[in-house]
Design a protein around this ligand. Structure first.
Ligand code: SF4
Length: 464
């Protein structure tokens, strides 16, 4: 079967905006690639178009759709860095005569909504997509497949979700479907502009109210065997001229013994790697093992430094634990990056400014500041009337930020946006950071890569 796997960009903004600064994160869509690999191994003819990496406009997506006579077009707007619901809806609406399938992740509500609104969506995967897509391409009847939503007698029928318990069953996702050069990262995201992405586990059992991860890869943690992780790294190392890797796992240190086993096997490989995790799932001992095995950088999603806000969003991590962990991660010589969300329910501009002072006092190596987005399917979205209000405010209605959430403590979306910019300026233009940058020649090339982003943040206010 001739199959197109299409990942849409986060926005289908017009040509003029697309030519402006583009600061979308560029994470390799590994789930899509492993689906493509499974399909190809099953004898199917597969093409992947990653609209985010290629910064595709609507016209470009349209020409991809029309370019070939695909028997199956699978559209995806949801993975680790693509939360693009509106662009998916837009494409489905504009090509209403064209049959599509949806990569629905674990987001039952979203699958129901899409299938309800778009008759041209014949089915959606539900759960882990790889073997579901293969079975469908092999024309196995829907009723016999676990992990599919389809229409039966005019009604929506759903089986699943498909949850691959043994991730070792998956082949190493082939990178031949995409151009590795399209996935350049920002310096605050990674030391090298395009490390090799790997993903050794799926699932997160936590319930942070804003988070899409459980909707994307399920709540049940599954891990690859340490031997399989080593084999994947070994195979991929030969394909690119780099020893840098990035683990995309949403919460890398959920199982400390597994992390220790992975570290023991990859330590002799002399690679350098980064990952992300929850701060309360680390301790000095495991971090030391990770550092010895080549871990040079960790992103901690702290989200807030206000106890009340952390409790309200069900993050449930004590501020003291955050401060201690950041301190000893830095002491161990691991680059420490913090991710903070501006506009969480319960927060106010005053709380954010106070948090920012605590962040600068902790002095992490990098910090990312994100404006809150209430993503459909999350508890935050379901409950936004209690915690705030939602407004379609983006310039383009096909932009993910159209789902902007405005908590009661904020005047409007612009206040959240401008506070986000303020956080970047306050963090990166303070004397301590500038001095550290100047005194560290080894990092100059990396800092130089961040200059366009900083210029964008600095000039944004002037343009408003
Ligand atoms: S924020 Fe992290 S810990 Fe919380 S649900 Fe998302 S991935 Fe899990």
């Amino acid at each position: 079967m001739k199959v197109l796997l299409l990942a849409v960009p986060n926005t289908l903004a017009d040509e003029k905006r697309r030519k402006g600064p583009d600061f979308g994160s560029r994470i390799v869509p590994l789930e899509l690639l492993s689906s493509a690999t499974v399909l190809k191994q099953g004898g199917h003819d597969v093409t992947v178009h990653d609209g985010l990496a290629l910064n595709s406009s609507f016209a470009e997506i349209a020409s991809v759709l029309k370019a070939d006579s695909y028997e199956r077009i699978v559209i995806s707007g949801f993975d680790r860095c693509r939360w693009a619901i509106e662009p998916v809806y837009e494409i489905l609406a504009r090509f209403s005569a064209m049959p599509f399938a949806l990569l629905g992740g674990y987001n039952r509500k979203l699958i129901e909504d899409v299938m309800d609104r778009f008759a041209n969506v014949g089915f959606s995967t539900f759960g882990d997509p790889e073997f579901v897509l293969r079975d469908i391409a092999d024309t196995v009847p829907f009723e016999r497949i676990t992990g599919v939503a389809y229409r039966k007698d005019g009604r929506l029928a759903m089986t699943g979700p498909a949850c691959i318990q043994d991730l070792d069953e998956l082949p190493v996702a082939s990178r031949e479907f995409v151009d590795a050069e399209s996935y350049a990262r920002f310096p605050h995201e990674d030391m090298v502009s395009n490390p090799i992405d790997v993903n050794a586990s799926r699932g997160c059992p936590f319930s942070c109210v804003f988070c899409v991860v459980p909707l994307l890869c399920g709540r049940t943690l599954r891990v690859m065997s340490p031997e399989r992780v080593k084999r994947e790294i070994d195979e991929l190392r030969g394909t690119r001229n780099t020893r840098f890797f990035h683990f995309q796992d949403p919460v890398f240190t959920q199982k400390k013994q597994w992390v220790a086993d992975v570290c023991r096997l990859i330590e002799p490989m002399n690679i350098r790697w980064s990952c992300q995790t929850r701060i309360d799932l680390t301790d000095r001992e495991i971090l030391e093992k990770m550092r010895n095995a080549g871990c040079y950088s960790i992103l901690y999603g702290i989200e807030s430094l206000d106890e009340g806000v952390l409790e309200g969003i069900k993050k449930n991590i004590a501020v003291k634990k955050i401060e201690e962990t950041v301190a000893y991660t830095r002491e161990l010589g691991i680059e420490t990056r913090l991710s903070y969300i501006v506009g969480l329910p319960g927060s106010t501009p005053e709380i954010i400014k106070a948090d920012l002072e605590k962040i600068t006092a902790m002095n992490p190596d990098f910090a990312q500041f994100h404006s809150i987005v209430a993503f459909p399917g999350t508890a935050l979205y379901a409950d936004f009337t209690k915690a705030g209000r939602c407004a379609m405010v983006s310039e383009s209605k096909y932009d993910v930020s159209g789902y902007q959430f405005i908590p009661h403590g904020f005047k409007d979306y612009h206040e959240i946006k401008s506070l986000t910019g303020y956080c970047y300026k306050r963090f990166y233009l303070r004397g301590g950071f500038v001095l550290r940058a100047i005194l560290n020649p080894a990092m100059w090339a990396r800092y130089a890569r961040g200059i366009p982003l900083l210029c964008h943040v600095l000039t944004e206010k002037i343009r408003k």
